[in-house]
Design a protein around this ligand. Structure first.
Ligand code: PBG
Ligand code: ZN
Length: 312
């Protein structure tokens, strides 16, 4: 075996997997304040005001990354998350700006948790998350994003039947060509912690265990993915990535659909923290991690490291 590792040329020739810029999507946070804020628990990531969206999206485009994923942080929250589907909402405005400045693929996260006063991903009534009432709102949000010019909508709420509901809403409004990238197997993960600080989206009571998946379950993950495909998902996502490489592998093998993996906030922040302490080599660890996600079967990797990786 060591003949195969003899020198750099042979090693390059025999390299089985590669992470290309084309595989990456860069997530950004846009808020309604007028200043740029670094996110304390995610060093190197920022909450951008609308006025900065132009520059950051140009930077992403210049780096060679094909797509950007937008998360909105509204000033006002209410029980029904009405800010999420406003024509001039934060995400809708950011989409328009990016579309006007770049040729990037614009992907929008569809959820309610940043927009609801209780911080849950669905409508709450008597302490319960109401599934079917939520679907109507998700459809409205998707439509408002499509109207603003989004290319791909990415529902992350984990309600049942949402992909079908969103597909129907889009099709009925002549948006047949908008893709749905479904957060199909989204687990109840503690790795979302830094994101919730960043997006002010932690639930004010309880947790998300009645809608996000039990981290122990892989057969159930495959059923989740199968349902989303039947309802019309074009791309299926596994989230988080690192503790779920087996799920990525199984999803890709079983369905063969374009498969995305979300290298989430906690996975990013751990590396940043350890490298700040001088305990690991950040660049090398980043490359190793992205490669492992690719090797597991992901076609698309959503990562806060995307820009840094592309700049290498
Ligand atoms: C909201 C949402 C979350 C993430 C993406 N969309 C957090 C959550 O479900 O609480 C997590 C992303 C990350 O941790 O980087 N539905
Ligand atoms: Zn949510």
């Amino acid at each position: 075996m060591r003949r195969l590792r003899k020198n750099e040329k042979i090693r390059a020739l025999l390299k089985e997997h590669n992470v290309n810029k084309n595989d990456l999507i860069y997530p950004i946070f846009v808020h309604e304040k007028n200043k740029i804020e670094e996110i304390p628990s995610m060093p190197g990531q920022y909450r951008y005001p609308l006025s900065e969206v132009r520059d950051i999206s140009k930077e992403v485009e210049d780096s060679g990354i094909p797509g950007i994923l937008i998360f909105g942080i509204p000033e006002k929250k209410d029980e029904f998350g009405t800010e999420a589907y406003k024509t001039e909402g934060i995400v809708q405005s950011a989409v328009k700006t990016i579309k006007n400045t770049t040729d990037l693929l614009v992907i929008t996260d569809i959820c309610l948790c940043q927009y609801t006063s209780h911080g849950h991903c669905g409508i709450v009534s008597e302490g319960k998350i109401k599934n079917d009432d939520t679907l109507k709102l998700l459809g409205k949000i998707a439509l408002s994003h499509a109207n603003a010019g989004a290319d791909i909508v990415a529902p992350s709420d984990m309600m049942d039947g949402r992909i079908g509901a969103i597909r129907k809403e889009l099709d009925e409004n002549s948006f047949e060509d908008i893709l749905i990238m479904s957060y199909a197997a989204k687990f109840l993960s503690s790795f979302y912690g830094p994101f919730r600080d960043a997006a002010h989206s932690a639930p004010t009571f309880g947790d998300r265990r009645t809608y996000q998946m039990n981290t122990a379950n892989i057969l159930e993950a495959l059923r989740e993915v199968e349902l989303d495909i039947k309802e019309g998902a074009d791309i299926v996502m596994v989230k988080p990535a690192l503790s779920y490489l087996d799920v990525i592998f199984r999803v890709k093998e079983k369905f063969g659909l374009p498969t995305a993996a979300y290298n989430v906030s906690g996975e990013y922040s751990m590396i940043k923290a350890a490298s700040k302490m001088g305990w690991i080599d950040e660049k090398k660890v980043m490359e190793e991690i992205l490669l492992s996600i690719k090797r597991a079967g992901a076609d698309i990797i959503i990562s806060y490291f995307a820009l840094e990786y592309a700049s290498l």
